[in-house]
Design a binder for this molecule. Sequence first.
Ligand SMILES: Cc1cc2c(cc1C)N(C[C@H](O)[C@H](O)[C@H](O)COP(=O)(O)O)c1[nH]c(=O)[nH]c(=O)c1N2
Length: 249
Amino acid sequence: MENPTLQHAFADSERAAVYRSIFNRRDVRGQFLPDPVPDAVLSRLLMAAHHAPSVGFMQPWNFVLVRSPEVKQRVRTAFDKAHGEAALMFPEGKREIYSQLKLEGIVESPIGLCITCDRQRTGPVVVGRTHIKTMDLYSSVCAVQNLWLAARAEGLGVGWVSIFNQSELQTALGIPEHIVPVAYLCIGYVSHFHDRPELEKAGWLPRLPIEELVFHDQWGATDSGQDMPLTTVLRDMQASIQKDGTYPR
Ligand SMILES: Cc1cc2c(cc1C)N(C[C@H](O)[C@H](O)[C@H](O)COP(=O)(O)O)c1[nH]c(=O)[nH]c(=O)c1N2
């Protein structure tokens, strides 16, 4: 009889593709090409997003596609204002580095996409959102991630831009007050993908050691790793990723 633990697993090459998309996904800001994205490809991305999990199957999202240069410019103007305000929030030293980071590709990317959350979509009482009200917002974030991973598999870059005053982004896109713009995404083909996060490459922050983030039974209960196989495996995996880019498949 077939091993029941493998019965529902994907074939090796399919699993490899899933992990490849996860580990090679990047936030893209500066490498967009002007080539158009065919509707068939864009449809697959939107369909991937629409098949995300959502609290109570609420499907709280809408997808505002932005192709008009004028609308993109309005979004870019809203970004510029918030970006200037943001720079002042960082302490001296970091502020100069922050100002030099490229943090959006709003005008260069052929497609902008705002994924929203309609918090009233299925009425006031939602299965799974009865007590923690932010669950609907998290559902829209799941849609973002589905699209982001599908886009990587299609060879498309995606960059999430969140440096906006929310109301100004809503005004730029004509989004009603009760609809939350969860993510503004820049989408397009790219000249290349970075091998690591740009903020890591720029020395802004390193990737944290995963074994220090995993707790056992109680918050804060970490393990030294000596006798704990999981901790050791995670540490070795992260070390080999950092040393020679050997990602798990
Ligand atoms: C909710 C949220 C919001 C933002 C981001 C991400 C997420 C999840 N990121 C991208 C972020 O900087 C990036 O994901 C991390 O630096 C890790 O890099 P990779 O995504 O692995 O390339 C992002 N990047 C950027 O250039 N401008 C931005 O405004 C934002 N905003």
